[in-house]
Design a protein around this ligand. Structure first.
Ligand code: G3I
Length: 340
């Protein structure tokens, strides 16, 4: 096959996160790669509330509309990301105190945004990252001011505004047993309220050599048993150490060797391990292709990955299938090789 989307077309959709620079005509190489390889895309930032909804009564759809037009022109379906998330909220939300105002924001935001993109997006990550690691609901502004029913309510409002769009819940680490159990409770609550939910996204921000294959498989089975689609929505494999936090971050920020331990490129044995990890993952997804409907990478190439900037800026990371020159890496050939 010439591309991922061709190779897996009978199995599941292949997606990527997309940012605004990547779709510009002055970037033809990444542009061509996107069109060649992917049949779905999730806007990496432009559909988040901070960007779409800069002021209390002002929306700006310019960037998002461009991205959607790019998708439609190139047969790439768009997954909207994301309506309700505690992060990347508009600045004015920091000054909002009363439950009534949060409720007004919540309702207006969902109605306005979901209506604007009605018929233009294939699906929505309606609610993103609502859970704590122990499976309880995160103490976000929405939970605090609207109570635990806000998740179900978000799905109800989205469904009303955009009835033919698929509706998903999306989170990270929700393949881990405790968080998964909480995620299942959340999904069942939505279903028991008679509100539609079409799928669950397992983000898939995993680490080299530490991919929880067993938990992933168990999660695919348990989520699918709820009668919904399962998607891997933000796949990447971190190769640099990330086990440091808080004050340690600024201290280590100065340590360039740690941010960029491979100035001459990725050593062969790490390339190989990355390829093996990706191959094992895709074998698992193929085994459950009747349940897994989409696999989306969180970025097109290594240079564009958020992992170069988190938890500190200026790292050189290698988490994806294409390198900084948009060339396929050994991992790409392993993955596509599964279909040859
Ligand atoms: O656009 C501004 C730019 O004007 C400014 O100069 C620059 C300097 O700080 O910041 C730019 O904004 C950054 C934005 O990405 C666009 O590059 C933000 O600081 C930065 O925080 C933001 O990061 C995004 C992150 O979500 C925010 O939480 C990443 O690109 C994006 O990949 C990441 O995606 C999330 C998913 O939405 C949800 N799941 C986790 C995933 C990874 O964190």
């Amino acid at each position: 096959a010439q591309s991922l989307k061709e190779a897996f077309k009978k199995d599941f959709a292949i997606g990527t996160a997309l940012n605004s620079a990547q779709i510009e005509e002055r970037n033809p190489r990444v542009n061509n790669l996107i069109v060649q390889q992917f049949n779905m895309a999730t806007p990496e930032n432009v559909m988040k509330s901070a960007l779409l909804h800069p002021k209390w009564d002002t929306y700006d759809f310019t960037m998002a509309d461009k991205l959607i037009a790019f998708g439609h022109k190139n047969n790439i379906k768009i997954n909207g990301h994301t309506l309700i998330w505690h992060s990347q909220l508009p600045g004015f939300m920091r000054r909002i105190q009363s439950s009534d105002s949060v409720k007004t924001f919540f309702t207006d935001h969902i109605k306005t945004v979901a209506s604007h993109f009605k018929g233009k997006v294939f699906s929505w990550d309606v609610v993103n990252e609502a859970l704590n690691e122990d499976g309880t609901l995160r103490n976000s502004v929405f939970f605090q001011k609207l109570g635990e029913n806000y998740v179900t309510e978000a799905f109800r409002l989205t469904q009303e505004a955009s009835p033919n769009t698929e509706l998903y819940y999306n989170d990270y680490n929700n393949e881990q047993p405790a968080k998964r159990a909480g995620c299942i409770r959340l999904i069942k609550k939505i279903q028991e309220a008679g509100v539609r939910i079409d799928g669950v996204g397992i983000q898939g921000h995993w680490h080299l050599g530490k991919i929880p294959f067993k938990d992933i498989e168990e999660s695919i089975l348990q989520y699918a048993a709820l009668g919904i689609k399962v998607m891997i929505t933000e796949l990447d494999i971190e190769i640099l150490p990330r086990n440091f936090q808080g004050a340690e971050v600024s201290q280590r920020m100065a340590n360039n060797a740690e941010s960029n331990p491979y100035p001459n490129g990725l050593p062969d044995e790490i390339q190989k391990q990355l390829a093996d990890d990706y191959e094992t993952l895709f074998k698992l997804f193929l085994k459950h292709k009747d349940k897994v409907t989409r696999v989306t990478f969180w970025g097109v190439n290594d240079g564009d990955s958020w992992l170069n900037n988190w938890p500190i800026r200026g790292r050189t990371n290698y988490p994806l299938l294409f390198d900084r020159n948009n060339q396929p890496k050994p991992a790409y050939f392993k993955v596509i090789g599964l279909k040859e």
